[in-house]
Design a protein around this ligand. Structure first.
Ligand code: FA5
Length: 341
């Protein structure tokens, strides 16, 4: 029996010293000195011994149990101190990655602020719009060929007898007559910034883009007010050094009409893939056509007005130093590109 106890002890010590985790150690404790462990079953066998030897063997088993418990507890200390992790509280922490506003959101906020400073009020009109407000109210009768330019997405082929079909609004000009009908009596100074949709995609076009539309109606509004407002915006947004130009154009809802270009910041006016000839078109502008005022129930004999509608993305791409050479980058969701600006 003595030999059996000693070999059990040696076997247990060897295994305890090999353990590499607290849970492994706990398993061994249960196997050797647990309630149904090997040493406990030896104690149960004591009854079979003659009375005179029983005491000696009992003492030996107890001593073995105590010394195994001591070895287990010192091994436990060793394991838990080696798994303890030290850290230096003076090392600077890892900064969480911060997101930032999308460039188009930044552009919209900046543009709004510039116009709000001179009394324009930001409004919003539907993105899914009646064809009437996008076209007829803007002096483009049904089947007029000028409508083709707007490469429109139609939402529903059903026709409403007054308002026509529903469309994804192809330009923010669809808010012009809605604003006149809402305000009823001028003065009007609106800035409408919203998503627009067209079937177009290339280096300077996306299918979804944003426009900002200005509309001013009051007594005695002239083309000088239009030019002054556009110059004010251009100076505030692009700085003093950049050049803008007005090109005569033909929009059905303004007369006279212009397109507004800016000297390209990508190529410094030399001509590149984006601008082609050194100037990039930013938007259209003109004096509100009397038929549009009439559609908005405003008397063209009493009031006159100007309007302009520019692309937000193109305007931002032309901001000095930004240098985004392809409009599609803005919607690529590629953080490596977006983080650069
Ligand atoms: C218009 O949309 C007119 N409604 C502008 C206007 C308003 C004229 C008020 C007169 C009075 P145009 O189709 O040219 O015009 O578009 C204006 C600007 O929107 C463009 O110069 C461009 O900057 C931007 N734009 C147009 N289509 C796209 C497109 N697919 N992707 C990105 N930007 C576009």
């Amino acid at each position: 029996m003595r030999e059996e106890i000693i070999s059990l002890k040696n076997e247990a010590i060897a295994q305890i010293m090999e353990t590499s985790s607290i849970s492994e150690l706990e398993n061994l404790r249960i196997i050797y000195s647990g309630r149904n462990g090997k040493l406990t079953s030896l104690i149960k066998k004591l009854k079979e011994f003659p009375k005179d030897k029983r005491k000696q063997v009992g003492i030996l088993i107890n001593e073995t149990k105590n010394s195994l418990n001591q070895i287990i507890s010192s091994q436990k200390n060793k394991l838990s101190s080696s798994s303890r992790k030290w850290f230096d509280p003076t090392i600077p922490g890892i900064k969480p990655k911060l997101g930032n506003l999308h460039l188009v959101t930044k552009a919209i906020r900046e543009i709004s602020l510039i116009f709000e400073k001179i009394g324009f009020v930001r409004v919003r009109y539907p993105e899914v719009e009646w064809g009437y407000f996008a076209f007829e109210a803007l002096n483009m009768p049904k089947t007029h060929p000028a409508r083709d330019e707007w490469e429109t997405f139609f939402v529903d082929s059903k026709l409403n007898s007054k308002f026509g079909q529903t469309v994804l609004t192809p330009h923010t000009s669809s808010g012009q007559v809605r604003e006149m009908l809402r305000v009823k009596t001028p003065p009007i100074r609106m800035i409408n910034i919203a998503k627009c949709y067209r079937r177009q995609s290339d280096v300077s076009h996306t299918q979804m883009f944003h426009q900002f539309e200005g509309l001013v109606i009051d007594k005695d509004i002239s083309i000088i007010n239009l030019k002054g407002t556009l110059d004010y915006f251009a100076k505030n947004f692009f700085g003093n050094k950049r050049k803008t130009r007005l090109r005569p154009y033909d929009f059905r809802f303004t007369e006279p009409s212009f397109e507004v270009d800016i000297s390209c910041d990508i190529c410094n006016g030399k001509g590149c893939k984006l601008c082609k000839e050194g100037w990039l078109e930013l938007g259209g502008a003109g004096m509100v056509h009397p038929n549009v005022l009439k559609a908005g129930k405003i008397d063209p004999k009493k009031y006159s007005g100007f309007a302009f509608g520019w692309g937000v993305e193109r305007t931002y791409m032309m901001k000095s130093g930004i240098k985004i050479p392809d409009i599609r980058f803005l919607y690529s969701s590629d953080l490596n590109i977006l983080k650069q600006y």
